[in-house]
Design a protein around this ligand. Structure first.
Ligand code: BEZ
Ligand code: FE
Length: 286
């Protein structure tokens, strides 16, 4: 069609895409174009602002490499990763989800560690954390033989891959649940940390007067055929950034289970898996 007025641009684009054979791609792109055009109309986007937006998108690529994904970080920082996570977990978004975003620091081959073993692989000063957890199905029955990846930042807020003073795979481990669905490990209490701010997302956060911090947490990825892979984080109660997590990963169900003990902290938590497909995400880093 020949366009006469701005209102007709949307119609022209939708018509051009009308022959998309894949119905899901057709549905997604139609909604995307409608919302994108409506957004430009709502804010009366200027040409200079359009140029800035393009610069931002180009920056997402320029700041992405084998060890950092700026596009994922952008998705995280506007709550999009958490929204997609909560839409797809917790009975398809209808009940409280036990899941949280994967984040950029999961590594595929964490060292297999015996139940009750330590994931401290080089001297890491800090309060001891002793975790005893269970993996259950929706009826409360234990899930035996589930593979559990654990990873966390150190007590100074650094993952091992960001910190030359830590051994390779420090504070990472892979466990298998026993007949009671139980797994246990020893570690140190993690600290909160800033997300990487060297790229365009850091610039955006600064322009919005937002701090870059995440509250202290431990990550879990639980895999068992017959169940939807459970990717989640447990947050340290009382952390100063719980309510303002820069990537919106904190949900009520995920705060807690961490208590002060005589000489350190304990972490007790029951993870509940939903039936579904056991698929592993693409590792964000090598
Ligand atoms: C993390 O929890 O590891 C994380 C999540 C999003 C952005 C940066 C870090
Ligand atoms: Fe993290």
């Amino acid at each position: 069609m020949i366009i006469e007025r701005q209102e007709q641009v949307t119609e022209a684009v939708l018509a051009a895409m009308a022959g998309t054979p894949d119905p899901r791609l057709a549905e997604i792109m139609t909604a995307f174009v409608r919302h994108l055009h409506a957004f430009a109309r709502e804010v009366r986007l200027t040409e200079a602002e359009w140029e800035k937006a393009i610069e931002f998108v180009v920056g997402l690529g320029q700041f992405t490499n084998d060890t950092h994904n700026e596009a994922v970080l952008a998705s995280d920082a506007v709550g999009f990763s958490t929204l997609v996570c909560l839409l797809n977990n917790g009975n398809a978004g209808n009940s409280e989800a036990a899941s949280a975003l994967l984040g950029p620091f999961w590594r595929m081959n964490s060292p297999r560690t015996e139940n009750g073993g330590s994931i401290v692989r080089s001297p890491t000063p800090g309060d001891e954390l002793v975790a005893t957890c269970r993996v259950l199905d929706g009826t409360g029955q234990p899930i035996a033989g589930a593979e559990v990846d654990v990873w966390q930042a150190s007590p100074v807020g650094m993952y091992e891959n960001q910190d030359d003073s830590q051994a390779d795979m420090n504070l990472r481990g892979k466990f298998t649940t026993d007949a009671d669905g139980r797994f246990a490990f020893r570690s140190v209490k993690p600290a909160g940390y800033p997300v990487p701010v060297h790229g365009v997302v850091g610039k955006l956060l600064a322009a919005q007067n937002r701090h870059p911090f995440r509250p202290a947490h431990v990550h879990f990825l639980i895999y068992k055929p017959g169940f939807k892979t459970l990717i989640t984080q447990i947050f340290v109660p009382g952390d100063e950034y719980l309510e303002t997590d820069v990537v919106f990963g904190v949900t009520k169900a995920l705060i807690g289970g961490i208590d002060r003990a005589a000489d350190g902290y304990t972490l007790n938590y029951d993870f509940v898996m939903e039936p579904g497909e056991a698929v592993l995400p693409v590792p964000p880093i090598k």
